[in-house]
Ligand binder design. Structure first.
Ligand code: BES
Ligand code: MN
Ligand code: MN
Length: 457
């Protein structure tokens, strides 16, 4: 531990400068105008892996954005850790809400502000620097493989193919990912599950053109009104989802599992204050921690139609649309839920409009083991670097590829995230605490050390 701290201390500034360089690339995967920046980011990641001591570094082409691969095999008899991360980020919009520009990283109050600071550049880069540390201090205890992709934020469609085509190359004993949250530096935690996702778009069409809302209003169904009604019929008064069959495959947690999860520190007033809401909302009968971690949900991510420009325009729109996501928990299946949603909407939609539903991407939920050697190694690493046992939590977000690693490679994952839920992921002013960045770099080598030790015995 002392050797680790010394190395981090004497390279602190450089680590941060390198991360800043990475954060300056506007690697937005959703918007094709950033294509050349995406390719430059992949090259930069490859260069940094090489400099840190990785071998066989390759920028692997796919039908979309490249996947950066690199490895260091020290001894075939040692266990192998596959590190996964993503160099793509979410679009920075709305730009006007950022206090400083999203791709000009700045430190305020000990926090790095930039798009991708936490999700996931700041987090995967800790692994690159921890690897450098282990190489430079001659302490690398496990074989390491890096797979850093560029399409996580748009559904990882090509990563699935890459994994299928590279089953041999990706063989490992555990997948290690830092792309989730912890409670706080005072309350270190490990996420032990991720929700799945079913994401789709719904378009409601009424008349064959936009109409004068005075001339025709009152005689023709307004698609925006119909869409609002359809959306309003997705939850009942207890905020249960009304889609028939939606909960059929949900694995209920036992009372002791629920009690365990509810032990995590949570202050409702702080939670509300942080978000600026007077009351919380959610499925009746469940706590906030259960609602976000263990229960499925349905959210409207965007809704539009008609005139949304400056001033007023009197119009009865021809079309209205919404983007809807459903977060899934074991054993719900993404495709099945998409179908149930579609069937339900079709069954309740009035005849005066037509409905088009287009699925976007999906992913399956996962629960990661808490009795594996790798999980024990993560517990020991955190205990040593934080001085406290990690609290197991369930994350509300999704990393669809985790279920795929299990299915295609037969490898389980450890989610050792160092971000905070309040780091403004996908929001304006995304941030990452400098302290969490360094803490991650100190903890990762301990994971490697304990995973090697536990695998021996
Ligand atoms: N890193 C997040 C997921 C996450 C964040 C998990 C915090 C747990 C805690 C990831 O980059 C992400 O945003 N995933 C998307 C899904 C993807 C298919 C676009 C999500 O969860 O919305
Ligand atoms: Mn992420
Ligand atoms: Mn994300």
């Amino acid at each position: 531990m002392r050797e680790i701290k010394e190395y981090v201390d004497s390279n602190k500034q450089r680590f941060l400068e390198e991360l800043f360089e990475l954060l300056r690339f506007p690697s937005v995967s959703a918007d094709p105008k950033y294509k050349s920046d995406m390719l430059l980011t992949a090259d930069f990641v490859a260069k940094k892996l090489k400099e840190a001591g990785a071998e066989n570094v390759e920028v692997c082409q796919t039908a979309g954005y490249p996947i950066v691969y690199g490895q260091k095999i020290i001894d075939a008899s040692r266990p192998t850790i596959l590190v996964y991360g993503h160099y793509d980020v979410q679009p920075p919009d709305p730009l006007e809400l950022w206090n400083t520009p999203p791709f000009e990283p700045t430190i305020r109050d000990g926090k790095i502000f930039a798009r991708g600071a936490c999700d996931d550049k700041g987090q995967f880069y800790m692994h690159v620097k921890a690897f450098e540390l282990m190489m430079k201090t001659g302490t690398l205890a496990c074989n390491v493989k890096f797979m850093i992709e560029g399409e996580e934020e748009v559904g990882s469609n090509n990563l699935g193919i890459f994994v299928q085509e590279n089953v041999e190359r990706l063989q490992a004993d555990v997948v290690l990912i830092s792309d989730t949250s912890m409670i706080s530096l005072e309350h270190p935690s490990l996420e032990t599950g991720l929700r799945g996702l079913s994401y789709l778009e719904i378009e409601v069409t009424g008349p064959n053109r936009d109409l004068h809302s005075g001339v025709y209003g009152g005689a023709v169904a307004n698609p925006a009104t119909i869409l609002a009604r359809l959306i309003a019929s997705l939850h009942d008064d207890n905020n249960h989802i009304k889609i028939p069959g939606f909960y059929d495959d949900v694995l209920a947690l036992s009372q002791s599992e629920r009690d365990e999860l509810n032990k995590a520190p949570y202050d409702e007033q702080d939670y509300k204050d942080d978000l600026g809401v007077k009351e919380l909302w959610g499925e009746k009968g469940y706590t906030t921690l259960e609602r976000t971690g263990t229960r499925p949900t349905l959210e409207v991510n965007g809704i539009w139609g008609g005139y949304i420009g400056e001033g007023a325009k009197t119009v009865l729109p021809s079309k209205a649309s919404a983007k809807i996501s459903m977060r899934l928990v074991p054993n719900q299946q993404s495709d099945k839920i998409t179908k149930l949603f579609t069937d339900y909407i079709q069954s309740i939609a009035p005849k005066n409009v037509s409905i088009k539903i287009t699925p976007h991407h999906g992913g399956e939920p996962v629960v990661t083991p808490t009795n594996s050697l790798a999980y024990k190694a993560a517990q020991k690493a955190i205990l040593e670097s934080f001085g406290k046992d990690p609290i197991p939590t369930r994350g509300g977000g999704s990393i669809p590829i985790v279920a795929l690693f299990e299915k295609e490679l037969g490898i389980k994952t450890v989610l050792m995230g160092f971000g905070l839920d309040s780091d403004n992921l996908h929001s304006p002013n995304e941030k990452y605490d400098v302290a969490n960045f360094y803490k991650g770099i100190e903890t990762i080598p301990l994971f490697h050390k304990y995973f090697a030790e536990l695998s021996k015995s």
